[in-house]
Write a protein that binds this ligand. Structure first.
Ligand SMILES: [Zn+2]
Ligand SMILES: [Zn+2]
Length: 253
């Protein structure tokens, strides 16, 4: 399994438009973060988690030329607003499979009504094969994927476990029962927004405490804001098995 971090930034990305913050001005490429998403290449299939506003550029940058499914964590704009840009994949492959909770599908239908409409559909609009998922394991091309439910303030969001790999973002709390599902995972990705607490995201301290509970071999932090600090400095402060993800980082599991 190969994981490519397509984006590792929080909702505004880094740099933020018009910001003079030193992290936004940093020349280090690792301090430049598109909106969060990962590409998972598994048994010859290509899966993307979330499809935010940077999706088009992320597909070009990673050289991804085929998508077998998009899994959504939740419906916030930084995770869904690139959906129109699946068109090149749709033109080549036909309907694109998406997997999401029914609430997320409802939100997508509101925002992208022209994609879901069946009446007078514009010929250039893409079409989807919609798979509604619950908090229950499901199959993706014969392999099992396990949703991990967490709370993002009061909003339920899904992380996903694929064998030895798990990807969780926009979490503020995860119940003991859901943490059980992460037992034995080798590589864990989890969100860490900034140093100060935040009402709907783990800050660094909460993310590290969560990682300690899950106890993976390695963990990577994502959904990072400029307020976490410079990549190289934060990285030095982390425990030995915890790393800051950065855009275009690839890991093999
Ligand atoms: Zn987000
Ligand atoms: Zn969110």
């Amino acid at each position: 399994m190969k994981i490519t971090f397509l984006g590792t930034g929080t909702s505004q990305g880094i740099p933020i438009i018009g910001s003079d913050h030193p992290v936004c001005k940093s020349a280090n490429p690792k301090d430049k973060r598109l909106r969060v998403s990962v590409l998972i290449e598994w048994n010859g299939f290509h899966y993307v988690i979330d499809c935010g506003p940077d999706f088009r550029y992320q597909m070009l940058r990673s050289g991804c030329s085929k998508i077998d499914a998009i899994l959504f964590t939740h419906e916030h704009s930084d995770h869904v607003m690139g959906l129109d840009d699946i068109r090149p994949f749709y033109f080549k492959q036909g309907d694109i499979s998406i997997y999401a909770h029914k609430r997320v599908i409802k939100a997508l239908k509101r925002r992208f009504d022209y994609i879901f409409t069946t009446k007078n559909k514009y010929p250039g609009a893409p079409s989807l094969h919609v798979n509604r998922i619950k908090n229950k394991a499901f199959k993706l091309n014969e392999e099992e994927v396990i949703p991990i439910k967490g709370l993002h303030a009061s909003l339920e969001v899904f992380g996903y476990r694929f064998n030895d790999f798990a990807y969780l973002t926009d979490m503020k709390s995860v119940s003991d029962k859901e943490i059980e599902k992460l037992k034995g995972v080798k590589v864990l990705v989890v969100n860490a927004l900034r140093i100060q607490p935040h009402h709907s995201h783990f800050n660094l301290e909460e993310a590290l405490a969560f990682i300690e509970r899950v106890n993976p071999e390695k963990a990577y932090l994502t959904h990072i804001s400029h307020l976490l600090g410079f990549h190289d400095e934060v990285e030095k402060s982390l425990p030995d098995n915890v790393f800051l993800a950065y855009d275009e980082l690839e890991i093999l599991i």
